[in-house]
Design a protein around this ligand. Structure first.
Ligand code: ATP
Ligand code: ATP
Ligand code: MG
Ligand code: MG
Lengths: 259, 259
């Protein structure tokens, strides 16, 4: 049974793509078959795995709009057991192209479920979302069984959290009764910075068990990795950022069983 | 004659809001009358100036959708000469609410120009955009005379730049012939980080004079300031981040005259 996970936060630059790349890679390294779906028209997840622009002719746009077969779109990556449905700038017009289509919020779920039944068995699908509560993000929340919410330990990042929780609740009450929050992940944590520490305390006291124990520290190696087309956990396995993502993978598996 | 400036980049978390808050505050400190328009449904610019949620009943949504008078919506701030049209979560439905309206891309320009003619004389209007090339961002590009593009000195941030430049060119060729790029601003620059240095070299060699000489360093005081509802240049005037924004204001005025 494939677990479908979406990584969402409309606040920009909080570590959604970095979390998808590193968590998916850690799970693939344990022998699980993992598929990433890049839903951001900038295609950062595709770039982070070295998918060249000319290899993105078929993309997540085609999965959703032209209903191309999943097996024709997905690509292998440098990481064993890890595959990706890449993104390109076509995605920017999804809102317009779906316009007034019936059930436009259900489109990705329908196409993905159909595609997964026709291709190899994937243990996990991770969806990387754009920084907006737009139709693509809604489609991913309708499709997913679980949600991970990366939360940068910065003041502005707290602002949109309640709006996101409201949206998740609305989708659970309408299109996707199964949708559960697997956890809120504190990212870019800097233990020398009082604000970071303050935000961690606030978030843990308000959200308690929803917050992953594992925090991802701010770590320059994680931001260097994409320039080598590698996830951080491969680019520099022993750096603090990579160790944190490996710990996160272990906690992810535990939470998955209990959720 | 009011100068209308929009601060745009669909990549998330690159310093759009921080640049609007600090640049607008520096110009207000020189005696210019400045208006910020918050176009992000998360309302970070409004929060950064201490506008409470209960004071956002009328917002940029009302300016664009219900065509409320600008003078009824704009609010004073703690900063002399600086006013703001706040944002709230209503903005998230603008795409839907404008739906198939005729000339939906021209809506903000029409309402803002009308509003500015009825209120006090503003020297500058700064628009803070959400991290997306959506209808709100397009409206701001149609409205503006000049664009500032904050560019984080990180690998992923380079990715969306060409898509943004294409969009700006398209808007210049259709709705807004006057639209000029005032400059690309390198943000969160860390001189100890090879990647930052590499990116600065790459960007200056490809974009040359388009890039501001002034760079904004990564500086924790800038990220602490919003938790005190103050722009960085007021929260800690002498920190490296604030000094950089003050230098940017001087360079802004020079570039404005030459553009
Ligand atoms: N823990 C970390 N330490 C340092 N840098 C990080 C960390 N996580 C991510 N980054 C860097 O910060 C930037 C933002 O991260 P990322 O692109 O993953 O966020 P995002 O939420 O996917 O952004 P967007 O909202 O634009 O999709 C990137 O340049 C990335 O390399
Ligand atoms: N030069 C800087 N040094 C350190 N932190 C910064 C700097 N500029 C901005 N920040 C912090 O980084 C985060 C992202 O900045 P900001 O919110 O201004 O970006 P944005 O582009 O407006 O994000 P979004 O795409 O979500 O609108 C914020 O928490 C902010 O306080
Ligand atoms: Mg991303
Ligand atoms: Mg912002």
């Amino acid at each position: 049974q494939t677990n479908l996970i979406t990584v969402v936060n409309q606040k920009g630059g909080v570590g959604k793509t970095t979390t998808v790349l590193n968590l998916a890679t850690c799970l693939a390294a344990t022998g699980k078959k993992v598929l990433i779906i890049d839903l951001d028209s900038q295609g950062n997840a595709s770039t982070g795995l070295g998918v060249l622009p000319e290899d993105r002719k078929l993309s997540s746009y085609d999965l959703i709009i032209t209903e191309e077969k999943l097996s024709n779109i997905l690509k292998g990556t440098k990481v064993p057991n890890l595959f990706i449905v890449p993104a390109n700038s076509d995605l920017a017009s999804v809102d317009m192209d779906l316009g007034n289509t019936e059930q436009k919020a259900l489109r990705l779920r329908r196409c993905l479920i159909k595609g997964l039944s026709e291709t190899r068995e994937f243990d996990y699908v991770f969806m990387d979302c754009p920084p907006a509560l737009n139709l693509l993000t809604v489609n991913s929340l309708v499709t997913a069984k679980m949600v991970i919410i990366p939360l940068q330990t910065e003041f502005f990042a707290l602002e949109g959290l309640s709006q996101l929780m409201v949206t998740i609740k609305e989708i659970r009450n309408t299109f996707n009764k199964e949708l559960k929050i697997l956890g809120v992940l504190l990212t870019m944590f800097d233990k020398r910075n009082n604000l970071s520490i303050q935000i961690e305390e606030d978030v843990r006291s308000t959200l308690s068990d929803l917050v992953f124990n594992t925090m991802i520290p701010r770590n320059v190696k994680l931001s260097e990795a994409p320039s080598y087309s590698l996830p951080g956990v491969i680019y520099d396995r022993k750096c603090l950022g990579s160790i944190a993502y490996q710990k996160l993978a272990a906690e992810f598996l535990k939470r998955e069983r209990n959720t």
